[in-house]
Write a protein that binds this ligand. Structure first.
Ligand code: PGA
Length: 249
């Protein structure tokens, strides 16, 4: 499966540096020797439109970091999947652990957002992952199974959704999961996807996220059932994001 390298800029970037980063990436993607993977950047909401203008027509796709489950209405501060699609997004991250933690998003709420994304023609990137406490209690696989079953919309065609496994303890900490742990979790998620999505399960991308960097990307991307990466901190540095993309082979 062709891998997807997705940059999650989180709450980082102003007009000048955000658009400069977009121009840099779009330029590299258009050049000879572009990496053999799909590229996506997910800037904060205020940068979506100016960034779109810089990457339009390039091999870099645009995604949002969250969406509301409703299409429009009285929801101050929120943005809908239809609005993201309207300004040129193809993807949207839903259920990132920072949103689950900071905004108390339940699996049910995440699923409603994923369903809204599909309805708007977007590919939802549904995030799951255990905390350090859950892992040390031996609950990692059970937690992930509950999140996958609870957060994923039901049956759909292959490629309609992406799952991102991001152990909470590995996000922004510099601690990366061991390849053997990643392999175990991704194999479990693959089984679940086959169960939930039937034939489409094998063609559904499972990304790994959590302190992915140029130095560990090749090792992580070589793990079975790892179909790309969701990159936070390193996606803010063009050279680093590019090196991760190149690690896809
Ligand atoms: P990180 O973030 O690469 O900075 O650890 C990953 C993510 O939260 O998507």
């Amino acid at each position: 499966m062709r891998k997807l390298i997705a940059g999650n800029w989180k709450m980082n970037g102003r007009l000048a540096d955000g658009t400069a980063l977009a121009v840099d990436l779009a330029g590299r993607a258009g050049g000879a020797g572009a990496p053999a993977c799909d590229l996506l950047i997910c800037p904060p909401a205020q940068l979506l439109h100016p960034v779109r203008a810089k990457i339009e027509g390039s091999a870099v796709a645009l995604g949002g970091q969250d969406c509301h489950a409703k299409e429009a209405g009285a929801h101050t501060g929120d943005i809908s999947a239809a609005m993201l699609a309207d300004i040129g997004c193809s993807h949207v991250i839903v259920g990132h652990s920072e949103r689950r933690q900071d905004h108390g998003e339940s699996d049910e709420a995440v699923r409603a957002k994923a369903v809204a994304a599909l309805g708007a023609g977007l590919v939802p990137i549904v995030c799951v992952g255990e905390t350090a406490e859950q892992r040390s209690a031996g609950e990692a696989l059970a937690v992930i199974e509950r999140q996958v079953r609870g957060s994923l919309p039901g049956k759909g065609p292959s490629g309609a959704v992406v799952v991102a496994y991001e152990p909470v303890w590995a996000i922004g900490t510099g601690n990366t999961a061991q390849p053997s742990d990643v392999a175990e979790v991704h194999a479990h998620i693959r089984q679940l996807l086959n169960d939930i999505l039937g034939d489409a399960g094998s063609g559904t991308r499972i990304l790994y996220g959590g302190s992915v960097k140029p130095g560990n990307a090749a090792e992580l991307m070589a793990v079975e059932n790892v179909d790309g990466a969701l990159v936070g901190g390193a996606s803010l540095v063009a050279d680093d994001f590019w090196a991760i993309a190149e690690a896809c082979g």
